[in-house]
Design a protein. Structure first.
Lengths: 219, 381, 290
């Protein structure tokens, strides 16, 4: 199982932010930190297949597969293996968490017969009670996005600022969940709170104007 | 070996061991060769490990004397090469009498090991299981995901449309058709009201497709065009039905409402400027059908337009552009070039059909597999 | 120079008690307010800055009775809420001058204060740029500048570092520390690290009740002797989670290195660790029934 960036160059809103980034990641928990506007979210968006790099390739080798899937040559196949939680907070008009997740489950290809059970399972996994989304707190919205990303049991999990808005108890729960998931998945996490997760990460990369660098092994 | 056995027998039975001289030569090949393997086979057959246990017990011993094992034991006690005596007959050199055999078996029975019960076996397996390599638990994605192309998920899309919207759309259509006669007076068909309905419906249905929710949907194995088309189908089908109910007269209903003027009839009266044809049979009169065609064509054309535009410039801009186009087409009415005119003349129907086909073509872009990638904020830099 | 709260209660219609009999003294300097989401921190702050009235209790701010003389309180208090809007087209300077006007500062003083504050928060070079183009950190600094108009004795700051990258966070914390001098700065946050480095005293609030007040060191000591490092085979992790309070985990080969909160040595195999502020907070909240 491997995610490979090869010479990825990308811009966002007209500004160039990534230049020739090459990276290869196997299963585990990988942190990405760095100043705002230097390409953290852009890199994650490229990996999530929603922002097309100007040049370069993003490829995923899923578990038990022999061939890599390119994010842009074969977008449907690539997204089967993908779960993504964006940085922006989920803001939905009147709907409940359960209904929204059931809808996304359908979009992600979960079999109709398995849907109710799967939705209940991911909600339990992130400790999210059902309720009206407009009334959710920041932490609950973060967990809803995480639950959505887990619906299709993806090999590649991409989380942008999942720590934001979480109180210390919620942070502990997130930590343990990520460690559990990272056992046999590639988990990319961008965060402004590296100290919250560095203790359990397998690797830590910083993205600055100079490029992507691996930080020495976390303590 | 035979001597030791004789001593054992003697110990058990209390008789003196047989004289060693009576024991025939062990190396008499013919007789021994013929019988030896058989006896060995008997012994081994009788003393096979009992199925399901880890200790080898002679099952026959537990069953008591007279079981399969004893003849083998008795046979083995005979020296290889000696002529076979019938079992049980006393003889020189190691043959046991039945009484002696009984005594031997009784002695052996005191060393009996109880057979394990089924519960014991299960307990043993449970203790052993953790030591074996564990198969990994099945991952949900191996059995819970469907690999077929994701359908347009109409039913799933329903959750985006709240009761207020269904009612509001109905109210709009009713109001619009109350205005029907005055429209007809200006030569306009109900089709003129279809575009704003579509634009409004798309704006409403797509209202949550922004920010985080949009990014999440774009990361699903559905193309943005499919997402857009799926969202659009609910209002589209609803408006088709509303239009049909309002425009087409329903046989029987007309009779029940005799005296009241149905909106469609008012328009038909406006267009044909004659007596209102009474609805007969199952199929509506041509005039009604034409009005419905006009409605459908306008609906599909603007739906297709909104879909394609949204994929390129986003919902808000698409709505703006579509509204401007609608205004233009209305303005063209003054020069008698509008597609929203009442059915008149031979060219009307082919034009409407062409517009309908164009609308369907635009909508069909939602079915293409290729990602149409111009959907903000995921703009290609 | 302190804030004194006595038996302050805030009950919303429907019976929800956002604050329950809260008694607390907030001294001069940086004071941290920690607690889970929904604990009542924002309610408390809004009461202090006179945006909300308490249902019961007494509050004194720098000797002024908050309930009897709210207008005087408003003159000495500055507030930086978590969400605040800007007029995107205004430049930083224009925005501050507008805010100064809203606060009722006499025109003579406005210019001078705005200039000083822009320098203070390091935005003087960007003073003529429209606010809409500011980064998150810059917006926060502008918000602080706005809160400092009129030179308030008390500064109330709600989750100021949310969304800031680590460098911006450190710079912002330093700015606050500079300002703490002879003011009271009440800093409400989820981020334990912020409190650890900047605050001399703190309080923990949960469901409207005060759970702890003291120094960061004292909070960390709540977990003294209760933090352990335990290494177990990875396949036992799932099974142990139910029985042990695991607060951190790391995969090392086939094993998992766990950080556990426990009164006794877990499984008899743990190595004791020095408690961090986060451990102290978690240990404190552990005793609370759900």
């Amino acid at each position: 199982m491997r995610l490979t960036f090869k010479d990825v160059t990308a811009s966002y809103n007209g500004r160039p932010v990534l230049a020739g980034v090459s990276l290869s990641l196997g299963p585990g928990l990988w942190l990405f930190t760095g100043p705002n506007g230097c390409g953290k979210s852009t890199l994650l968006r490229c990996a999530a297949g929603i922002l097309r790099p100007r040049s370069g390739r993003v490829r995923l080798l899923p578990r038990d597969a022999r061939e890599e899937i390119d994010a842009w040559d074969d977008p449907t196949a690539y997204r089967w293996h993908l779960g993504y939680a964006p940085q922006e907070l989920l803001d939905l008009p009147e709907t409940t968490a359960g209904r929204y997740l059931a809808y996304l489950a359908a979009l992600k290809g979960v079999r109709p017969a398995c849907r109710p059970e799967r939705v209940a399972a991911v909600m339990a996994q992130v400790s999210l009670p059902d309720g009206e989304v407009p009334a959710f707190s920041t932490g609950q919205r973060r967990r809803l996005a995480l639950a959505a990303a887990l619906l299709n049991d993806p090999d590649l999990l991409i989380l942008d600022e999942p720590t934001q808005g979480l109180d210390p108890d919620e942070l502990v729960r997130l930590r343990l969940l990520l460690v559990e998931l990272a056992a046999d998945r590639i988990v990319l996490v961008a965060t402004h709170l590296p100290e919250a997760l560095s203790g359990c990460a397998d690797g830590h990369y910083t993205i600055t104007a100079e490029g992507v660098n691996r930080v020495g092994d976390p303590a | 070996m035979n001597r030791r056995w004789d001593e054992l027998i003697a110990e058990v039975t209390g008789q003196a061991p047989a004289a060693p001289a009576d024991v025939p030569d062990a190396a008499a090949p013919d007789a021994g060769g013929a019988d030896g393997p058989d006896r060995a086979a008997d012994v081994s057959a009788g003393c096979a490990p009992h199925a399901g246990t880890t200790s080898v017990t002679c099952g026959a011993v537990a069953a008591g004397p007279g079981a399969a094992c004893s003849p083998g034991l008795v046979a083995a006690s005979a020296a290889p090469g000696s002529p076979r005596r019938p079992a049980g007959t006393a003889g020189p050199g190691g043959h046991l009498t039945p009484a002696e055999a009984e005594a031997v078996l009784a002695r052996l029975a005191t060393h009996l090991v109880p057979l394990p019960t089924a519960a014991d076996t299960e307990a043993l397996i449970d203790r052993l299981r953790p030591l074996l390599p564990q198969p990994a638990p099945r991952r949900f994605r191996d059995f819970g995901l469907s690999r077929e192309p994701v359908a347009l998920l109409l039913r799933a899309q329903l959750q985006h449309f709240r009761p207020a919207w269904w009612l509001a759309s109905l109210a709009f259509v009713l109001l619009g058709l109350l205005a029907g006669p005055s429209l007809a007076a200006r030569g306009l068909s109900p089709a003129v009201l279809a575009p704003p309905l579509v634009i409004g419906g798309v704006l409403y249905g797509f209202r949550s497709l922004r920010g985080a929710a949009l990014e999440i949907e774009l990361s699903c194995p559905v193309t943005p065009a499919q997402v857009a088309l799926g969202r659009m189908l609910v209002p589209l089908l609803y408006y088709l039905v509303l239009g049909a109910v309002a425009i087409l007269p329903v046989p029987g209903l007309a009779g029940a409402l005799s005296g009241a003027v149905l909106p469609g009839q008012a328009l038909v009266a406006g267009s044909t400027q004659g007596a209102v044809p009474a609805p007969t049979g199952v199929f509506p009169e041509p005039a009604y059908a034409q009005l419905f065609l006009g409605w459908t064509a306008a609906l599909l054309l603007f739906a297709g337009l909104m879909l394609t535009l949204t994929l390129y410039v986003g919902t808000a801009t698409a709505a703006g552009l579509a509204t401007v186009l609608w205004g233009l087409l209305c303005a063209l009415h003054t020069v008698r070039l509008s597609p929203f005119a009442l059915p008149a003349g031979p060219r009307w129907t082919p034009v409407q059909l062409a517009l309908l086909a164009l609308g369907l073509l635009l909508l069909a872009t939602g079915l293409y597999r290729r990602r149409l990638f111009h959907w903000p904020p995921g703009r290609e830099a | 120079m302190e804030i004194r709260l006595e038996e302050v209660t805030k009950t919303y219609s429907g019976g929800v008690r956002a604050l329950d009999d809260l008694t607390l003294t907030i001294p001069r300097g940086m004071f941290g307010l920690l607690g889970p989401n929904g604990a009542g921190k924002t309610t408390l702050m809004r009461i202090l800055v006179t945006l909300l009235e308490p249902t019961a209790g007494r509050i004194t701010i720098a000797g002024i009775d908050r309930l009897r003389e709210p207008h005087r309180v408003r003159q000495i208090i500055g507030y930086l809420p978590q969400e605040f809007g800007f007029y995107r087209r205004l430049t930083a300077r224009e925005y501050l001058e507008f805010a100064a006007g809203m606060k009722g500062l006499p025109p003579a003083q406005r210019r001078r204060q705005v200039d000083e504050l822009l320098v203070r928060v390091n935005l003087d070079r960007d003073a003529r740029r429209p606010v809409g183009g500011f980064s998150g950190g810059m917006k926060r600094r502008l918000g602080i500048a706005q809160a400092l108009l009129g030179d308030p004795r008390v500064l109330v700051v709600d989750e100021p570092t949310a969304g800031l990258d680590p460098e911006e966070r450190i710079r912002f914390r330093n700015l606050l520390t500079e300002l703490a001098g002879d003011r009271v700065i009440l800093l409400s946050t989820h981020i334990v690290a912020d409190v650890e480095s900047a605050c001399s005293a703190l309080a923990v609030i949960d469901r409207g009740r005060l759970r702890f007040t003291g120094s960061p060191g004292e909070l960390a000591r709540q977990a003294e002797g209760r933090v352990w490092q335990l290494t177990v085979p990875a396949r036992d992790f799932e099974r142990l989670r139910g029985g042990l309070r695991i607060v951190g985990a790391r995969r090392v080969g086939d094993d998992m290195e766990l950080r556990v909160l426990s009164a006794e040595n877990p499984l008899g195999q743990g190595t004791p660790l020095a408690p961090t502020l986060e451990d102290g907070y978690l240990a404190l909240m552990e005793g609370v029934p759900a």
